[in-house]
Design a protein around this ligand. Structure first.
Ligand code: C2E
Ligand code: CA
Ligand code: CA
Ligand code: CA
Length: 275
């Protein structure tokens, strides 16, 4: 959300539908949304570029409003983080994603995993690994099918507790991916320290590939660097065939984007898998 002044958040579906609300009011709306189960998870496929199969998907949070519009996660996650309510939202997201993934597993899509976005704030308190362990046990989802997407800002912080939690998650068999790669400081040292298995190239680099050659050397370097560290590379924001072609030539492993599908709610996602 654009923060206007100290206490007002402005969220909008498009420029014609801008609603400004008090921060505290938005926070109250989020609390109600949690209680009344207004949040939904949508799933966007991630394709293996070598065999063209769906390898996994990313769970993306959606908050539908009465008029059929959505408040985008970018517009409420920041306030959820600063207020701490992200702990509850994040718990709900993990539980929902693991439950849904078990659901498509039992329908015959046993190898399609799920990637969940984790906010840095969720590592405060130190019990994210316990939470994940409890949810995996309760849902029965094998750990290797759950991937956690973490941003570089988390990994850059020199926090011993975060390192320990990531080590524990890795030891449990949960996969770690680095999200929005290339947008942060990109201190490469942390890539090895944090046992990540996948690196997601930010869509700002990917979408430019189809248009001009400017970012190509950059993307090529990211892919080569990742591969030399034994990391798989996922390109996000793949919107057209040209971009896909470029990514294939550059040796990118997986792709995600509107070329294949937007994020879909559960019944549609099952239909999509069926095709
Ligand atoms: P992200 O993790 O970088 O997610 C990718 C964003 O790109 C998503 O936006 C997705 O809908 C969008 N996208 C997918 N394919 C394409 C494409 O081909 N072209 C373009 N232009 N965009 C594409 P979304 O769903 O609005 O999410 C925005 C951000 O909100 C996410 O960025 C993530 O940082 C955050 N977020 C979403 N769900 C959660 C959640 O459950 N927990 C937390 N902590 N953050 C979340
Ligand atoms: Ca993500
Ligand atoms: Ca991303
Ligand atoms: Ca992002």
């Amino acid at each position: 959300a654009k923060e206007k002044g100290r206490n007002t958040f402005s969220y909008f579906h498009d420029d014609l539908n801008r609603i400004s609300v008090d921060k505290f009011y938005l926070l109250k709306l989020m609390r109600d949304a949690l209680k009344e189960e207004q949040f939904h998870l949508y799933y966007q496929p991630q394709y293996d570029l070598s065999d063209g199969r769906i390898h996994s998907c990313e769970a993306l949070l959606r908050w539908p409003q009465k008029g059929g519009q959505f408040i985008n996660p970018d517009q409420f996650i920041p306030l959820a983080e600063s207020s701490g309510i992200i702990h509850e939202i994040g718990r709900w997201v993990l539980e929902r994603a693991c439950t849904d993934c078990m659901n498509w597993r039992t329908q015959g899509f046993g190898n399609v995993g799920v990637a969940v976005n984790i906010s840095m704030v969720q590592f405060r308190g130190g019990n994210l690994p316990e939470l994940v362990e409890t949810i995996l046990r309760r849902t029965g989802l094998p750990a290797h099918l759950l991937e956690l997407e973490l941003t570089e800002s988390l990994l850059i912080s020199d926090d011993n507790s975060i390192q320990q939690q990531l080590d524990r998650l890795h030891a449990m068999g949960v996969t770690l991916a680095i999200d929005d790669f290339g947008t942060g400081y990109s201190n490469l040292g942390y890539l090895r320290r944090f046992n990540a298995s996948r690196l997601k190239i930010d869509k700002s680099f990917v979408s430019a590939l189809g248009v001009s050659d400017r970012d190509k050397p950059l993307v090529r370097a990211m892919i080569q660097m990742a591969h030399s560290l034994d990391l798989k590379v996922v390109a996000e924001g793949v919107e057209d065939e040209d971009t896909l072609q470029q990514l294939r030539l550059l040796g990118c492993d997986d792709g995600q984007g509107w070329l294949w599908s937007k994020a879909l709610p559960m019944p549609e996602w099952l239909d999509y898998l069926q095709q």
